[in-house]
Design a protein around this ligand. Structure first.
Ligand code: BG6
Length: 489
């Protein structure tokens, strides 16, 4: 039977649709990767005609799509783009969307992807309504629902949301999106570790001294203040993006590349991370806020929402026992940079003459997630024409050099295509979401209690509060920044 494929975006007038979803769908169309008989339906409360919606999307595509804008191809793409003014929390309006889709499907096998790009507090009701409107049964084609982050505010709300979602949908129909997992460089982590024989033998506590994960942004909260002030950096970046990076660095080799094999191993990492006890929170975490944050319209007066956090975790298993994992993330910092740095142990014995008290610099591997995507390995080399002076030098792999300037697609391209294909590997399973909240909850709770470390303030354009330097200096280390360049933060 002939098939039709509808992509229904709820919250279609929002920023995510304009900046990420539509430009990615346009890029997929240009590459010929959308399935046959496709149509995109935008749904939101804004009063758009089809033409006005298309013009709104076109401006976003011109600004954000990776491929060059082409008027002829845009016209072909736009011909499959329509708009429905409605609110999915209103049952009758949702039925209107269903009628519109059924009419277009016209008795064909109608596959449908529902993308919830709406306020997180509406997820439960939205999904209940999709169920009540009989829009998720799979008798005549698949029905999949993409749920944006944040998935819950804490463990209790994430559990409640999982239960609400499971009342209506089978786990295989749910795609909890974390766009970091769609980034090429993040997917490459598994390839780098497990498609090469060199790294795995040393990827453990015997050779690795410590690990740093940085997700730094130069942007401040800007016009998202109202949302951000209720969320803060830990819920916005740590519980999801940064924890996922940690899981991929620390995971055991999955038995296969199958979604469940990878997801099972990641869940085991979360199960092995040592929860931080309330009385230890002040010694293992730092919370910061950039100085001008409270002046932002939408931020509550005297808000203590952190815009910066640093956390030290340990993983209690054979591979990682005793190896500290330092994670930090913040807004309004000195550079946009997401990177993972693996520091190896220093050589056990130094046979070279060195000044009194000096130490050999450790080898380290910098995995540059973005920008300047690549991997660099830093090691010691003899400075030519000296007796035995040494300096740190790099071996470097740059995506741009190896694969060309346009090689890296937008993460959402890959993720949207995976939903259409029914591949959940790069999406978060319910247990992983709950496990990561289980780790984050005690920190957030302690930050509201007598155990809270003081809120530290930092100037915009710096590397965050000095207390974060002290956290790591206490263990004898310092943060790295600028992928591949070791330096004081
Ligand atoms: C989003 C956060 O999930 O990720 C934003 O809500 C953040 O606050 C963004 O700016 C960062 O994404 P990227 O891909 O630019 O690192």
């Amino acid at each position: 039977m002939d098939e039709s494929n509808a992509i229904v975006i709820f919250g279609a007038s929002g920023d995510l649709t304009r900046r990420k979803l539509m430009p990615s769908l346009y890029d997929l169309y240009r590459k010929g990767r959308l399935p046959k008989n496709w149509r995109i339906v935008g749904v939101s409360r804004t009063d758009f005609s089809d033409e006005a919606f298309q013009a709104h999307v076109e401006a976003g595509v011109k600004e954000f799509a990776r491929s060059m804008y082409d008027a002829r191809q845009w016209a072909e793409f736009a011909a499959n783009l329509c708009y429905f003014r409605g609110d999915l929390t209103h049952f009758e309006q949702l039925q209107g969307v269903d009628r519109m889709l059924c009419e277009w499907e016209d008795g064909r096998q109608g596959n449908r992807l529902y993308y919830l790009s709406i306020a997180p507090n509406l997820y439960e009701q939205a999904i209940a309504n999709l169920g009540a409107a009989d829009m998720v049964h799979q008798d005549h084609g698949w029905r999949r629902v993409v749920i944006e982050k944040p998935f819950g505010q804490d463990l209790a709300s994430a559990r409640a949301l999982n239960q609400a979602v499971h009342r209506v949908l089978d786990e295989s129909q749910i795609y909890r999106i974390d766009h970091y997992l769609g980034k090429e460089t993040v997917q490459n982590l598994l390839v780098f570790r497990f498609a090469n024989s060199l790294y795995e033998p040393v990827w453990n506590r015997n050779y690795i001294d410590h690990v740093q994960i940085t997700a730094a942004e130069t942007v401040d909260v800007g016009h998202r203040a109202e949302f951000y002030d209720k969320v803060g950096v830990v819920r916005d970046m740590m519980q999801n993006h940064v924890m996922q990076l940690l899981a991929l660095v620390a995971t055991e080799p999955p038995t296969s590349f199958a979604a469940e094999a990878i997801r099972n191993e990641k869940a085991k990492v979360f199960q092995s991370i040592r929860p931080i006890r309330p009385e230890n929170v002040a010694g293992c975490t730092v919370r910061g806020q950039y100085r001008t944050y409270r002046d932002t319209p939408g931020v509550a007066p005297g808000s203590t929402t952190p815009t910066y956090a640093a956390i030290r975790y340990y993983i209690d298993n054979w591979r990682w026992q005793g190896v500290p994992f330092y994670m930090r993330s913040g807004k309004a910092l000195a550079a946009k940079s997401t990177e993972i740095t693996i520091f190896f142990k220093r050589p056990p014995h130094v046979m070279f003459p060195m000044p009194e008290g000096a130490q050999l610099a450790p080898n380290y591997l910098s995995i540059c997630i973005q920008p300047d995507e690549g991997i660099e390995f830093s090691f010691q080399a003899k400075v030519p024409d000296t007796v035995a002076e040494m300096r740190t030098v790099d071996m470097s792999f740059q995506y741009e050099q190896s694969f060309g300037a346009m090689a890296i697609p937008e993460a959402y391209e890959r993720l949207l295509l995976d939903v259409i294909k029914g591949d959940p590997s790069l999406f978060t399973r319910s247990d992983a979401i709950e496990l990561s909240w289980q780790l984050i909850d005690p920190i957030l709770e302690a930050w509201q209690s007598k155990h809270a470390p003081p809120l530290s303030f930092y100037e915009s354009g710096t590397w965050g509060p000095v207390e974060a330097n002290e956290l790591i200096a206490h263990d004898g280390y310092h943060w790295t920044h600028g992928c591949g360049q070791e330096g004081e933060a």
